[in-house]
Design a protein around this ligand. Sequence first.
Ligand code: PLP
Length: 351
Amino acid sequence: MTVTTTARVRAALSAQPRLPLAELPTPIHDAVRLREALGGPARCPRILIKRDDLTALGLGGNKARKLEYLVADAKAQGATTLITTGAVQSNHARMTAAAAAVAGMRCVLVLTAATDHPELAGNLLLDRLFGAGVRLVPAIDPMLAVGQDEAIVAAVVAEEEAAGRVPYVIPVGGSSGVGVLGYVSGTAELVEQLAEMGVSPARLYYASGSRGTQAGLTLGAKLCGASYQLAGIAVSAGEPEKIERARRIANEAAARLRLPERLDLPDLITDQSFIGDGYGIPTTGGREAIALLARTEAILLDPCYTSKGMAALIAHVRGGEVSPADTVMFLHTGGIPALFTSSFAGTIEPA
Ligand SMILES: *Cc1c(COP(=O)(O)O)cnc(C)c1O
């Protein structure tokens, strides 16, 4: 049954333009030492980590899967310049800059920062190395990932057009109907790997921001008949608007694929209880998760997204919300460059 359903999804995806940018399939890691540290098999389920931090493009992460479809769509439209938005330490912006380098395109990033002179470190340093232009926008609300960037984006579009170039604007996080295809495809990959391994996880934990990953994972799980329930852990506020966005882009992706399935709002709820003080602000549970993963598995989590997702998984194990008899998956979506910023370094304590 699983093979039949992924075959149908794979056939539908193969009709969509795609530029290979990521190293796929990504491996699945059995986190036995983490499980031991959380009480062993008597207390903790088996934890499998899908290593989408290892997609390779420009230091890797989940955005590589979206960008395969987004950059192909941009090229199909004759675009020469990729424009996108995000926070100053946006992984999506960094990976868009990397994708533009590979695709031979220009890239302009409109980034929200709390100061006029953000530290040239982490993702922002890599944006420069990949050759992207950067425009800064002041931050407005620490709970949200971005500021009022529409006017600057419009100005950049106008400048590019005036110079005879063709801009393609990628929405924040790459979360459009086209970008969603990345995690529909990623789900087919995962479901096939799990079938091969003969495991049926009960849950899949992942960190949720702009919702493109959620839309792709949720649509993909429905299309592929996945065994697991999705456990989306929000890292920024903005519901219920973001649930509405997830539904819109998921259903746009389903329409592009010419498949009949559609998502509804109840499919798209996330857990808001691990955001802490705001987007990109480390939490105690998140810092503990970073140290635990580093010291048991030598796997690096990031301060903004994956640490909060893993903090939720750990809290649920400790609280007995997941049965030790089950298997749970964690989708590692990347984000490592933000570890190398002074704002994170200042928050860690010695062992
Ligand atoms: C962007 C990002 C996410 C969230 O993905 P969305 O599609 O924006 O919800 C999670 N983890 C990392 C490391 C990211 O960069």
